[in-house]
Design a protein around this ligand. Sequence first.
Ligand code: AHM
Ligand code: MG
Length: 335
Amino acid sequence: MKTLGEFIVEKQHEFPHATGELTALLSAIKLGAKIIHRDINKAGLVDILGTSGVSNVQGEVQMKLDLFANEKLKAALKARGQVAGIASEEEDEIVVFDGEGSENGKYVVLMDPLDGSSNIDVNVSVGTIFSIYRRITPVGTPVTEEDFLQPGSKQVAAGYVVYGSSTMLVYTTGCGVHAFTYDPSLGVFCLSHESVHFPESGQMYSINEGNYIKFPNGVKKYIKYCQEMDEATNRPYTSRYIGSLVSDFHRNLLKGGIYLYPSTATHPEGKLRLAYECNPMAFLAEQAGGKASDGKNRILDIVPQKLHQRSPFFVGTQSMVEDAERFLRDYPEEQ
Ligand code: AHM
Ligand code: MG
């Protein structure tokens, strides 16, 4: 049995100038994940379910557990000196860490502390998503928004924790994707899936079909394609949608499939946030032999203009994402 801590230290040699700082940073995330795991598992027993009564910058009601997860992760990251600041789906602005030498941290972390929050109260899987960049501004000075508006291709590491039937942490540092299952009795994440790869082909599509009427033409046609009978391509595909990006992505990664959150008539930019959701998932997808796109462009090439920027999102098995892109090209909007 190999623990996450052991595995990360072992992998350090893949980075010729490694100083151990990224290792320490990942272990802060690991600690945050354990705390969130513990509290999610007793959420029904303590007064932590339900809404907090406040909204985040995007006007969405924040659940108490969202805020809790945000605070715990922030504290874990601040306690080590490697992180100079964070940006979070739950914070309006970037959070610049000050004091205790934080300005000497080389890294910034962008995170969605608890994604899929509408699922919390009904005991359905949720997840934590994180994305790590090397800062652009000089070490020793406070970080600025510029450090957080880097394209996803600059990520140093990214990953997620899925709090499902078991809790798993999945991460990449650009050398493959590795998954660790949490053993609560030991309090450690154990390596369970090394070098995870999307299967060559997939048979699952994940999309909120309730929004069908609002989808672009190409997406409507692609959904119909998924539902058609065709022996050669094993269609019709199976539809699976949890409404929790981390869980939907995780299932598709292991079984083969595509997750789609396109633009809609009411949300032309889609729903998911480029920095907190799309970029980390795109980095993982590519590292696992998959693909991530906004329908036209590679997600990791998009240069963000705003912190909370949204993007249409198509991610999963490479051939399936390419099919979806083709449908978007072939069936443009009627003028
Ligand atoms: P959140 O960050 O507010 O939780 O929203 C993101 C979630 C994703 O996890 C999920 O895939 C999607 O929103 C579901 O949206 P919808 O309910 O519109 O299908
Ligand atoms: Mg989210």
